[in-house]
Design a protein around this ligand. Sequence first.
Ligand SMILES: Cc1cc2nc3c(=O)[nH]c(=O)nc-3n(C[C@H](O)[C@H](O)[C@H](O)COP(=O)(O)OP(=O)(O)OC[C@H]3O[C@@H](n4cnc5c(N)ncnc54)[C@H](O)[C@@H]3O)c2cc1C
Length: 267
Amino acid sequence: MVDVLTCTSLADAASALSSNRRARFLAGGTLLMRAINEGDQTIDTIVRTSDPAFLQIQEQGDRIVVGAGVTMNQILASPALEFLHPVARVVGGPAVRSMATIGGNLFAHHPYGELTTALLAVEATVAVAGGYTARELPLVDLLRDRDQQQQPLVASITVQRPLGPAGLRFKKVTRVKPKGISILSIAAMTNGRSIRVAYNGMAPTPMRALAVERALEGKALDAASVTPALAVAAEGTSPFDDAIASAWYRLEVLPVHLRRLLLGEAA
Ligand SMILES: Cc1cc2nc3c(=O)[nH]c(=O)nc-3n(C[C@H](O)[C@H](O)[C@H](O)COP(=O)(O)OP(=O)(O)OC[C@H]3O[C@@H](n4cnc5c(N)ncnc54)[C@H](O)[C@@H]3O)c2cc1C
């Protein structure tokens, strides 16, 4: 049997989670409820929250603070988050998008986690709720420790709006069009001559492609600048074999899709 605990505040939910190692936080439930229905015996309590802040999207100048309980469909309905629409649109089908949250996506293992890849490229930060305190940390730090420790409760995600509509580019690489399962995905944010690139499916967690970023720093995106960046595209990756693709295949197709994305070419 699994108990359900609904907390009126994020702080109470965080306390409930930290006091019971067998408690899990429930957001949209697209992954957690599947685990419970499949008989995961490590879970004895589900913790939810009715805190309104969990569902809010707040614009603060160029920053947008997105409650971790905001769903893909709510992202798609938000003009402030237009730069994330192409990403939210490729997460699952309509039923999944009506439940799947931005916060849950941060903890979704490959082949999932598309939105997280884009959030890494826009250098998102996350606010982690605590029993008495909340703290803000770079998303990259949350992902680094994601699978090593008890999951912290993410209250919200803060993103900086990219410059211009083409500021964020995104590609989900699949074998089946238009909506196959992800082999890997790539996101790139350009702000003038500064670029941030992130991959999913090239390591156990979504990662920044720091070598590519360094190779492109201060340069306009054209064939001359992109070619040397492609030569270091695999630096820092640790691709794996799974039922979707082999590590070899991932390494082969990564530079092909990265090139197209950076040069704005159609797939
Ligand atoms: C049929 C199907 C297709 C899918 N397709 C895609 C896809 O194309 N792309 C993709 O990226 N994903 C996909 N997913 C995976 C999933 O729907 C999404 O990743 C979704 O964003 C997960 O969010 P959720 O709210 O449903 O998470 P939940 O199932 O509620 O939670 C998942 C995990 O995250 C933890 N968690 C949730 N919210 C928080 C929080 N705020 N703080 C701390 N921990 C938290 C939970 O405790 C749990 O461990 C698919 C799932 C299904 C079932």
